[in-house]
Structure formats: C-alpha cells, structure tokens
Design a protein around this ligand. Structure first.
Ligand SMILES: Cc1cc2nc3c(=O)[nH]c(=O)nc-3n(C[C@H](O)[C@H](O)[C@H](O)COP(=O)(O)OP(=O)(O)OC[C@H]3O[C@@H](n4cnc5c(N)ncnc54)[C@H](O)[C@@H]3O)c2cc1C
Length: 363
C-alpha cells in the first residue's frame, strides 16, 4: 500500500477531510488502484487484487482423463492449465495394483502411474496447479469467455474448459470398511476381482451395477455372496436372471453388513438379517461395495445438461456438452465403463474437440 498527493484536483467544498469520490483503475491480471479523493489530500490504495487470468484451455481434474487431455492439449499448443482438485492423481491413487492399463506388462502402482501421467503432461508444457474449481460461470452464447473461480478467490477466464472431475464410489461408511480399503475392500470388481481368483468373496448392492459385478466375479471367484438390503433387487429383470443363473452366487436378501472382519486384510464379514436380526459371520477374502457412484458435478448444476443421476451429458460420440467450448471427459460423463483407459480415451477426445473448437473460432 502506498500514498499519493494531487493538488490539481479541486472537488467542491464540503467539510474538511470529507471523502468526495472514489475512482479505480482495473487491470486484468494485475493490481487494482483505488483512488480515494478527499478535501485534504487525495491518495490511493494499491490492492493486491483477486487476479484475473485469461487462458485458452482449462482442465479441471487430475485423473487419467485430465492428464490425458493435458498431454494432447499441450502438444497442440493450447497451453493448458490443469487444476488437480482435492485428490491429485484421482481415484487410482487409492489403489496399489493397476494391472489392466496398457503399456505396463508387469502392472503398476496406482500413485506411481499417476505421477508418470503428470510428468508426461508437464513435459509438453502443461501448467499443473494445486487448487480446486469452486465456482463456474459458463458463457451460454460461445462468444464470451468462461469464468472459473479457483479456491474461492482466483478467477480465470478460459476459451475452453475440459471437465474431468470424475465420480466417487459410495461406501457403506463403516469404520472397518474404510480401514480395509486397499486391504480387500474394493469399489471396483472389474479392477480388483482378478486378485481374488479362485477365492470366496462378497458383494453388497442390489442395482444393475451390483448384479453385473456379481456376475463378473462369479466367473473368477469360487463363490460370491451377494448381500441385498431389501427383500428384492432394484436391478432389471434381465440382470436378476443372470445372477440367479449362476450356481456360485449365494444371494441373501434382507441382509446388511455389520462389520468387515480382519486387522490388516479382509478375513470375513459380520452380517445381519434385518428381518430376523440373526447375526452370522462369513469367511471371505475380498469385499466389493457396489452401491453406486456419485459424479462430482455439484459445481455445474444448473449450467450443464446432466442425466437424472448427475452425470454430464455429452453430444453423441463427442465430449461436447450443451455449452459451446465446454467439454467433459472420464467418469464424470461415463457411468457405463468407469475404467482408467476409457477415461484416458475420452480425455484425448476432449482435447481434440477443444482444439477443433478453437480452430473454428479463429476461422
Ligand atoms: C479402488 C479403485 C481401484 C481402481 N482400479 C482400477 C484399475 O485397476 N484399472 C482401471 O482401469 N480402473 C480402476 N479404477 C477406476 C479408475 O480409477 C477410474 O475409472 C478413473 O480414475 C477415472 O478417471 P477420471 O480422470 O475420470 O477421474 P478420477 O480419477 O476420479 O479423477 C478426478 C479428478 O478430479 C479432481 N476434481 C474433482 N473435483 C474437482 C474440482 N472441483 N476442481 C478441481 N479438480 C477436481 C479430483 O481431485 C481428481 O483429481 C479404480 C477405481 C478405484 C476407486
């Protein structure tokens, strides 16, 4: 803060010392000077302001979708800025073994893989920043820039925005379940089922995803105990039929999990029949939670078209949303596949869509 005097300014003659006016000089991406004009002296306050930055491409999220979008966008000279969010590296940082991402014949540790994706994006110039998008104001007409607030105070204006904020698996919320995530508790049968080949596992959930994952596990594991809280399944009749046709799926209705047993790895489950209150311990080595996902889209509610469960709708085979210049990639727009490689694939598509959008505006 510094002061300034100006004897040439001659305001009318109110009381001595009264403030007679305010004047400010906004500067994009710089400081703002607020001039305070008084009858005695005029001075300014030089604020370190909420800076405003203009960029071509903003990527929100640092999972496989976000980093792949960043690799493609930076190689296309879109000079992307990527904000990592609260979970730098995304969902894969919560798992140890990723065995199905192409290019790693011996598998790879999840956090290590995400470090490598980050390094690859940075190699081509992606500006990776720690921070979370906390507010967005998308331009509906495609002429103005999109405005995104980071951590409540920094405002960015972007010509294109790629949303890769992922989806979070829902858990039961038991202390024992949370403690054993990565030690036999998993929210992804397709990702982790293989590690329980020939073993006895359990899965909780009654919807289509649970039915599909139970069927998937039944092809790998010796026995699958499927726990459904209600007296019937929510899954479609076709999916129920598939579950019922598997001899090694033991379907238990009206059953809830009381505790996941085991100190460091899953050794069993304590379950209760909520009709009879009968408690039972079962021996298993893997416990799969399939009670749904929540796409991380609260921030975009009311601005982007979404389906009834909050997944962002994209246009046909593209990553285009209903707002020109705003694209969505990864799990945030995909409730079908939810895999790292599919997220990465749509990240690539989003960067290409953004690049083409910018080129068409320049024509
Ligand atoms: C335990 C587990 C094991 C798995 N194992 C495998 C596997 O072996 N193989 C496989 O293919 N898939 C696996 N998956 C699935 C895979 O992790 C996901 O499909 C994939 O990570 C989705 O990538 P994404 O980029 O769409 O989102 P995510 O990986 O979910 O990343 C989302 C990113 O968005 C950021 N973000 C969210 N909100 C904001 C915000 N407001 N501002 C800024 N950033 C924000 C988060 O911080 C995060 O970085 C596993 C999932 C889990 C949970």
């Amino acid at each position: 803060m510094s002061g300034w005097q100006d004897s040439n300014l001659r305001p009318p003659r109110p009381k001595r010392g009264a403030i007679t006016g305010l004047r400010y000089t906004p500067k994009t991406g710089a400081n703002i000077k607020l001039f305070i004009l008084t009858t005695n002296t005029n001075f300014y306050i030089n604020f370190e302001t909420m800076s405003l930055e203009k960029i071509k491409t903003l990527i929100i999220g640092s999972g496989p979708a976000g980093y792949t979008a960043a690799i493609y966008a930076s190689r296309a000279d879109l000079k992307p800025v990527l904000y990592t969010g609260m979970e730098p590296g995304g969902q894969l940082t919560t798992t140890t073994d990723v065995d199905n991402f192409p290019g790693y014949p011996n598998g790879i540790d999840g956090p290590k893989m995400m470090e490598e994706l980050k390094a690859q994006a940075e190699r081509f110039g992606t500006d990776v920043r720690i921070g979370e998008a906390t507010k967005v104001k998308f331009s509906k007409n495609g002429n103005d820039l999109h405005e995104i607030t980071i951590d409540h105070d920094k405002v960015l204006q972007a010509e294109t925005v790629i949303i890769s904020t992922g989806a979070s698996a829902k858990y039961l919320g038991l202390e024992s379940e949370q403690r054993l995530i990565g030690g036999g508790v998993s929210a992804c049968a397709v990702c982790d089922g293989f590690f329980y080949k020939g073993q006895e596992v359990a899965i909780v959930g009654g919807g289509d995803t649970a039915a599909e994952e139970a069927t998937y596990l039944s092809n790998i594991c010796s026995k699958v105990t499927m726990l459904v809280r209600k007296g019937e399944m929510r899954a479609s009749k076709a999916m129920q039929h598939r579950v019922n046709s598997k001899a090694n799926i033991d379907l238990r209705y009206n059953t809830e999990v009381v505790e996941v047993l085991g100190d460091n790895v899953v050794e069993g489950l304590k379950i209760v029949n909520n009709k009879t209150q009968e408690i039972e311990d079962i021996n298993i080595t893997g416990f799969f939670v399939a009670i749904g996902h929540k796409p991380n889209t609260d921030l975009f509610q009311g601005q982007l078209d979404m389906d009834e469960t909050g997944y962002i709708k994209t246009n046909g085979k593209t990553t285009k949303t209903n707002i020109p210049g705003v694209f969505a990639s990864g799990d945030v727009q995909d409730k079908e596949y939810r895999q790292a490689v599919t997220a990465a694939g749509t990240g690539c598509m989003a960067a290409l869509d953004a690049e083409r959008y910018l080129a068409s505006r320049a024509d």
